[in-house]
Ligand binder design. Structure first.
Ligand SMILES: CC(=O)N[C@H]1[C@@H](OP(=O)(O)OP(=O)(O)OC[C@H]2O[C@@H](n3ccc(=O)[nH]c3=O)[C@H](O)[C@@H]2O)O[C@H](CO)[C@@H](O)[C@@H]1O
Ligand SMILES: C=C(OP(=O)(O)O)C(=O)O
Length: 423
């Protein structure tokens, strides 16, 4: 297995290109199942998760073909030939459950492996299932699979008023896609407002869907009988942007994040500024630098526009070298502090009490061999390694490859001493 080796202590300086968002691309690819015509997606990041989704779509009979040499523009299309999403693919990536709404809407049936838990939490899909049941699906769970079909006598899903008891990004996406082809009006109340939802809604609109309330927590969808071909450019990755902003800050450097957008960062900008990071925007990206010391700032993860859980680990790495203390509270996932013991091995002082961690900043971290069990935890160790004295070796690089394209090349181009070692 590959490893990443970092020799820390070099302020980053230079430019980092921000790619399209993984968490926008995955649902956008499943939206390609909503029509027999072609959906062309550009600004697609080259990531392991995108390959996994392409493999899943091809299992359903949908071809995902690169249009350009680099594979950043994908053409998605074909007729659905199988309505089964097998365990072997779904277990690799939870976002696979996003085929459920499109399969049901298009064919009236779906058999999708239950995604199961993962390192960060149990992550049930009950809200996805309830929403689809309210739209006329009959669902049972059997042998680890979700078996879904239209209720007897129905030929299409039907519009419904769906009130989510709490915010779920994935359940909002599945319901939004299903509602686009349902008969009649659907209202999604307490819908997720993440920029990736807005991006999906914009793409569906280009495909002929009738959606209002985009960007708010109440989406109204007037179902249409069919959707058609469209082209869509994927929104820039706000989590990649925030991660590299933390990289600049933790090394005391300055980077230009080409393609980064302030409007999508939500609370991250305010919190980073409070911590002593300067962020300015121009027409093409963000200039991020740390002028003086870092200060401890408390954060609590929340649905967008609050501070994202996908930035919690990176921010904790930053706080581990800030002056003073910071309380980091995780409210979205019950087990998202796996980076804490690894950061502690590098000299960070962190105490976890239930859903909160108290981080007491230290003057310096020291390099160590580390590993993590999920994507953002892994990248938080990369950030810590960039700031630490000596060498840090990060194992289980495949987690990073799920969500960070060319991580070591992007960092090395800004002066980081980082390399991938084939294992
Ligand atoms: C591919 C993708 O976009 N992944 C993101 C998406 O995951 P994902 O869509 O899985 O996250 P959700 O917003 O659905 O999860 C939020 C919370 O709701 C719970 N829940 C969710 C659905 C459900 O049916 N029942 C239930 O209890 C989850 O366990 C979690 O505690 O949003 C998360 C929260 O911003 C991010 O961390 C993930 O990076
Ligand atoms: C948790 C994440 O992804 P997923 O929902 O695909 O596990 C993430 O992107 O940080």
């Amino acid at each position: 297995m590959d490893r990443i080796s970092i020799r820390g202590g070099h302020p980053l300086s230079g430019e980092i290109p921000i790619g399209g968002a993984k968490n926008a691309t995955l649902p956008l690819m499943t939206a390609g199942m909503l029509t027999d015509e072609r959906l062309t997606l550009s600004n697609v990041p080259r990531l392991a998760d995108i390959d996994t989704m392409a493999a899943l779509l091809s299992q359903h009979g949908i071809a995902v073909e690169p249009v350009d040499a680099e594979g950043r523009t994908l053409s998605i299309g074909g007729r659905i030939t199988s309505t089964e999403a097998p365990y072997d693919i779904v277990r690799k990536m939870r976002a696979s459950v996003l085929v459920l709404g499109p399969l049901l809407a298009r064919t009236g049936e779906a058999r999708v492996s239950l995604p199961g838990g993962c390192a960060i939490g149990t992550r049930p899909v009950d809200l996805h299932l309830k929403a689809l049941e309210q739209m006329g699906a009959v669902i049972d769970l059997d042998g680890g699979y979700i078996n879904a079909r239209l209720a007897p006598g129905r030929t299409r899903l039907s519009g419904a008023r769906i009130v989510f008891p709490f915010v779920s990004v994935g359940a909002t996406e599945n319901a939004l896609m299903a509602a686009s082809l349902a008969e009649g009006q659907t209202v999604l109340v307490n819908a997720a407002r993440e920029p990736e939802i807005g991006d999906l809604a914009a793409c569906l609109t280009a495909m002929g869907a009738r959606i209002s309330g985009i960007g708010t927590d109440k989406l109204e969808i007037a179902g249409v009988a069919r959707l058609h071909a469209a082209s869509h450019s994927v929104v820039p990755d706000r989590i990649e942007t925030g991660t590299y902003a933390c990289a600049a800050a933790i090394t005391g450097g300055r980077v230009y994040l080409r393609g980064g957008r302030l409007e999508h960062l939500g609370a991250v900008v305010r919190i980073l500024r409070e911590a002593g990071v300067e962020i300015t925007e121009d027409a093409h990206g963000l200039d991020v630098r740390r002028l003086n010391g870092l200060h401890g700032v408390d954060v609590m993860t929340e649905p967008y526009p609050g501070f994202p859980t996908d930035m919690q680990a990176q921010f904790m790495a930053l706080m581990s070298v800030a002056e003073g203390a910071a309380m980091v509270t995780e409210t979205i996932f019950e087990n998202r502090f796996m980076h804490v013991p690894e950061l502690a091995r590098m000299g960070a002082r962190v105490n976890v009490h239930g859903a909160s961690a108290i981080v007491r900043g230290v003057p310096a971290l020291s390099g160590a061999p580390v590993m993590a069990t999920d994507l953002r935890a892994s990248v938080s160790l990369v950030l810590a390694g960039l700031a630490a004295r000596g060498e840090t070796v990060i194992n289980r690089v495949y987690h990073l490859d799920r969500g960070y394209e060319a991580l070591e090349r992007k960092l090395a181009a800004c002066g980081a001493r980082v390399e991938r070692q084939a294992g």
